[in-house]
Design a protein around this ligand. Structure first.
Ligand code: RB5
Length: 157
């Protein structure tokens, strides 16, 4: 796969680890930074990856910050992004089976390298189950459309 990768300073070491892992697995990696542990603002880096995934320039994205929380908040503001913050093998697996995750978010201050490797490998290989989960994702798209294009903040859905 062609995978976009980015981090802030809190996720920099994990991002470098994940980059090596992805390359060793034969994936093409686009590294959008950051390139050191100097303090930066995570929204800028999350936006670069989310935009590339939303535009179809890459197959998937991976984002690392201290907790993974900030990255997931930003990425999920983009259309067609299903960014999932995963802490373990179970959340990684479910994020693919049920949520068709296209952006994986992880916390560099939360995960050991071994745990991150297990998460990434599962997230890369598990397949979306479809069925009732596809129905739920289409509802998600309807909500996004109503909120973004029709100013649907009054809807109770
Ligand atoms: C940076 O200190 C930290 O806030 C950031 O990496 C991330 O955890 C935000 O959600």
């Amino acid at each position: 796969m062609r995978i976009a990768l980015a981090s802030d300073h809190g996720g920099y070491r994990l991002k470098e680890f994940v980059k090596s892992l992805l390359q060793s697995l034969g994936h093409e990696v686009l590294d959008f930074g950051t390139h050191s542990e100097e303090s930066v603002d995570y929204p800028e880096y999350a936006a670069k990856v989310a935009r590339a995934v939303a535009r179809g320039e890459v197959d998937r994205g991976i984002l690392c910050c201290g907790t993974g929380i900030g990255m997931s908040i930003v990425a999920n503001r983009f259309p067609n992004i299903r960014a999932t913050l995963c802490h373990d093998e179970y959340t990684a697996r479910m994020s693919r089976l049920h949520n068709d995750s296209n952006v994986l978010c992880m916390g560099g201050r939360v995960l050991s390298p071994d745990k991150a490797e297990a998460i990434v490998k599962i997230w890369l290989t598990e397949k979306f189950e479809g069925g009732r989960h596809a129905r739920r994702l289409s509802k998600l798209e309807e909500i996004e459309k109503a909120v973004c294009e029709e100013g649907g903040l009054d809807e109770a859905s």
